[in-house]
Write a protein that binds this ligand. Structure first.
Ligand SMILES: [Zn+2]
Length: 194
């Protein structure tokens, strides 16, 4: 039956369907999350006056091992445990003792998780759950440092140790002394600030 039809239209049809497939693929993996690559996180670090802010943007899978809503009791326990670890900021990010940095505020947010499960007291800002099966977690850490001039490094080894799902973290840095980018991997997780 196919042989009776001209070959060319079939070929054109196949070719025409290729870009559509490629677009679907791109949507699945990058649709709502331009930087969503499993294993890779993004960290924006800024020092302004006494305030050190760290914004971590990561595929949810890196911290809890899945990206769907936490339906089962086991999933919920996993999320609670991860949130508890994330809120222990001094364990994740080690700053120079002389800088005397203390956590002031920590906010966790993910489109597929209820804020309360992440330990948030107030509802998060309106966010829509991704339709592509992927989900991110945003974590904002604000620290206040009594002696910010003594801050020379931030060591993120603890983050890799606590969450083995991270294979790489791309850092963007903005301090009064330095602006730039750094790439962290397990075992090499020291961010120089000067
Ligand atoms: Zn994903």
């Amino acid at each position: 039956m196919f042989r009776s039809r001209p070959l060319l239209p079939l070929l054109l049809l196949s070719l025409a369907s290729l870009p559509a497939l490629a677009a679907d693929d791109a949507h699945d993996h990058h649709g709502n999350h331009p930087a969503h690559v499993h294993g890779v996180g993004k960290l924006d670090l800024a020092l302004e006056g006494n305030t050190l802010t760290l914004h971590l943007d990561t595929p949810l899978i890196n911290v809890v091992g899945f990206e769907h809503a936490a339906n089962s009791a086991r999933d919920k326990d996993t999320v609670r445990a991860a949130a508890k670890t994330l809120r222990d900021v001094g364990r994740l990010f080690v700053t120079d003792a002389a800088a005397q940095c203390k956590p002031a505020e920590i906010q966790l947010e993910s489109a597929v998780l209820p804020p309360a499960l992440l330990g948030e007291k107030t509802p998060a800002t309106e966010s829509t759950a991704p339709a592509d099966g992927h989900a991110d977690l945003d974590a904002d850490f604000t620290l206040v440092c009594a002696t910010p001039g003594a801050l020379t490094t931030v060591d993120a080894s603890g983050l890799f140790a606590a969450f083995p799902g991270f294979q790489r973290i791309d850092v963007q840095l903005a301090t009064p002394k330095k602006q730039g980018a750094a790439q962290l991997v397990p075992g090499t997780a020291l961010i120089p600030l000067n």
